[in-house]
Ligand binder design. Sequence first.
Ligand code: NDP
Ligand code: PMR
Length: 401
Amino acid sequence: SLSTTKNRIWVMSTECYNRVTSGITASVQPSAFLGTKISVCKGASVLSRAVSASISRQPLVAPIRAQGVAAPADTKAPTTTKKTDTKSTVIITGASSGLGLATAKVLADSGEWHVIMACRDFLKAERAARAVGMPKDSYTVIHCDLSSLNSVKQFVDNVRQSGRPLDVLVCNAAVYLPTAKEPRYTADGFELSVGTNHLGHFLLANMLMEDIQHKENDTNRRVIIVGSITGNTNTIAGNVPPKANLGDLRGLAGGLDGVRSSVMIDGGEFDGAKAYKDSKVCNMLTMQEMHRRFHEKTGVTFASLYPGCIATTGLFREHYQLFRTLFPPFQKYITKGYVSEEEAGKRLAQVVSDPTLNKSGVYWSWNNQSNSFENELSQEASDAEKAKKLWEISEKLVNLS
Ligand code: NDP
Ligand code: PMR
């Protein structure tokens, strides 16, 4: 949690905050920053380390907003837990850049949405929201690292404590590791791309179903999972090697840990680009399985989408520099698949809030005139049996069954 006491800023992870408030002493390290004392809780988790690292790089211009958790008794209450009753609430994962940020901006500007930005880097998200001019009371940043199941659970707790009834969840965050020679892992030991893009979101969406379906008197409740053309082998883009292929899911069933099993879902050798595309297939299969399991019972709409090729986003941060230079003009002038972050944000915002896009089980795409249409998924990405198997294995891996 992050809160202020006079001229002192307390930067503290929720894990650390819980230890302090439950009576276990945590040591603090004060340091000077722009004339303001900063205390970082020792032994705190990723958030605190990220925050302190960011603080040393870039000064802040105004006080930082607090996350939606209760503040310690001797500090001021967070300013952002205030409810804005007339607004609907949307959670967007990975709202600190690219598509997530652009969507958050569109929804916040509409005046109809309060955006919960579920981000792994609190300060980056806060700065991004300010940089794009999101109105002050239109958003709350709450820490969420999708590469840690514990962090996802803590995030859900914090959302519940914020007291905001939830309308829409957008599973948008992703990592893409096309140049990695060796696999990287989540805190729980899963290969990082599938662990973050699929398993982190799988747990999050499952846990939040309880909160979304209990909202009364509202017909606009949605769960949206961002997919992509490159996971669909019924397209040219989806046929660029390495192609997505989940095989018989033997690697996933083994836990993607590189010890007892392969790190790849299909059991093959590590390939970062393929792992990303496989994770997108998982995202699209999960959306359809959720539709089958929950739509009729709950009335919640489930959707996925390909927003267009947003060739300039941070998704390509780990790609070769040459790729990053040539990719945007290639997409703009050769494939004509390019869209700006702004345009892509408008598209995802439509899937969140447009009453005409409320059909469940749909994979949305847009034509060159920017009109939305229901697109067809590849055979694998629409395989109901595979979706069921993926669901059952994923439930076990994230300890839901
Ligand atoms: P960005 O890299 O700009 O955005 C990805 C976001 O995910 C960032 O905010 C990043 O946080 C966040 N993130 C990464 N790892 C974690 C984690 N462990 N926990 C929480 N957040 C995390 O890429 P895009 O905007 O392009 O990607 C957004 C979505 O769009 C993805 O699902 C992607 O697959 C999809 N997509 C993108 C296309 C494109 O052409 N760019 C095309 C089709 C789909 P941080 O800021 O801290 O790094
Ligand atoms: Mg692709 C013909 C249309 C088309 C479209 C819409 C995309 C989107 N791409 C297309 C074609 C091609 N790409 C062709 C013909 C090639 C071979 C030259 C090609 C190559 C290519 C590479 C190397 N494309 C890529 C990469 C990546 O590393 C990106 C990727 O696969 O990320 C997973 C990518 C993409 N192309 C796209 C889109 C949307 C991406 C990126 C993002 C994503 O799926 O999330």
